[in-house]
Design a protein around this ligand. Structure first.
Ligand code: NDP
Ligand SMILES: O=C(O)C1=N[C@H](C(=O)O)C[C@H](O)C1
Length: 260
C-alpha cells in the first residue's frame, strides 16, 4: 500500500488527484494539505473519513510514502523541501520552480538521502512533444514556443514551456543569446526570452493546456503541437509517477524518466 498526502487538494488538479488516489488499488490517501482550509468537512471534498486534513506544516506528523503536489508556484519550493525533509517522496506537478530552485532541491534531496520526481507535464502528448522538440532542435536551432492555457492559470510562462525551452537550448548548438534589437512598439510583443528562445503565453477561457513549438529555417518550417483537452488526461501520468517514484535514487525531472 502506498500512503499518500495530496498538497493543494482543494484545487482543480488536487481534486483530480484525490479522486485518483481514492480509486486506485494499492494507493491510500492518508492526508491532505492546503493552508487556507479551516473547519473543512471531509465529505465536501470527496475525502474518506479517516483522512487527516492539515492547514499547516507543523501539524503534519503522519507516516506517508508519497507527497503529490498540485499547489501554487509560490508554495511549491517550500512544500517540496518539507516533503524531502520528512522523508516523503515528492511527486511534484506544480509549475513555477526556477532552474536554480530545482538545483537547490536536488542538492537538498541528496543531503537527505531522498528521491522524488518533478513533472512539468503528466500528459504523454506533452512528454512526446518535448522529446520531439529536443530532437528537432539539433537540425532547427531557431525556435519559438506558444503555450495556451485556461484563463485561471496565474503563472506565465507555463512550466511545460520553460521545460521545453530548456531542453531545446541544451540540445542545439551553442548560440549567441537572442540579442537582436527589436523595436517593440508594444512592450512584450516578442514574448519572454529563455536563453534566446521566445515564449508566448496565451490565457483564454475554453482552453485547458496546449503548446506549439515552431522551428524555422531557410525556406522551411516545422511545427509540433500538443493538446490536453481535459484535466483527467494528466492522471495516468500521476499514477505512473506515484508507482515509480519509490524506485528512484535521486530527485529527477521529467515523466520520461519513469516511463518504460
Ligand atoms: N504537471 C502537470 O501535468 C500539471 C500541472 N499543473 C500545475 O498544478 C498547479 C495547480 O494547478 P490547479 O489545480 O489548476 O490550480 P488551483 O489554483 O486550482 O489549485 C491550487 C490549490 O493549491 C492551494 N494552495 C495554496 N497555497 C498552498 C500551499 N502553500 N500548499 C498547498 N496548497 C496550497 C490553493 O488553495 P486556495 O484556493 O485555498 O488558495 C488551491 O486550492 C499549477 O502550478 C499548475 O500549473 C496543472 C495541470 C497539470
Ligand atoms: O496550469 C495548468 O493547467 C497546467 N500547468 C502545467 C504547466 O504550467 O506547464 C502543465 C500543463 O500545461 C497544465
Amino acid at each position: 500500500m502506498i500512503k499518500i498526502i495530496v498538497a493543494g487538494f482543494n484545487g482543480s488538479m488536487g481534486q483530480k488527484a484525490v479522486h485518483l488516489v481514492n480509486n486506485t488499488e494499492d494507493f491510500k490517501l492518508v492526508g491532505v494539505y492546503s493552508p487556507l482550509v479551516k473547519d473543512l468537512q471531509p465529505a465536501s471534498y470527496d475525502l474518506p473519513k479517516d483522512v487527516q486534513v492539515f492547514n499547516d506544516f507543523s501539524a503534519i506528523n503522519i507516516e506517508a510514502d508519497v507527497w503529490i503536489d498540485f499547489s501554487t508556484p509560490k508554495a511549491v519550493f517550500e512544500n517540496t523541501k518539507f516533503a524531502l525533509g520528512h522523508h516523503i517522496r515528492p511527486v511534484v506537478g506544480t509549475s513555477g520552480l526556477t532552474d536554480q530552485q530545482v538545483e537547490d532541491l536536488k542538492a537538498y534531496a541528496k543531503t537527505q538521502h531522498m528521491a522524488g520526481l518533478i513533472v512539468p507535464n503528466f500528459g504523454i502528448s506533452a512528454v512526446l512533444l518535448m522529446k520531439f522538440a529536443k530532437e528537432a532542435a539539433k537540425y532547427f536551432p531557431e525556435a519559438e514556443i506558444i503555450e495556451m492555457h485556461h484563463a485561471d492559470k496565474t503563472d506565465a510562462p507555463s512550466g511545460t514551456a520553460l521545460s521545453t525551452a530548456k531542453q531545446i537550448s541544451e540540445a542545439r548548438e551553442p548560440q549567441a543569446a537572442d540579442n537582436k534589437k527589436f523595436d517593440e512598439t508594444l512592450p512584450g510583443a516578442r514574448g519572454g526570452n529563455y536563453k534566446g528562445i521566445r515564449i508566448h503565453s496565451v490565457r483564454l477561457p475554453g482552453y485547458v493546456a496546449h503548446e506549439q513549438v515552431l522551428f524555422g529555417s531557410e525556406g522551411e518550417a516545422l511545427t509540433i503541437r500538443q493538446d490536453s483537452f481535459t484535466r483527467d488526461s494528466f492522471m495516468k501520468g500521476v499514477e505512473i509517477a506515484v508507482k515509480k517514484v519509490g524506485s528512484l535514487t535521486e530527485l529527477v525531472v521529467g515523466l520520461e524518466n519513469v516511463l518504460s
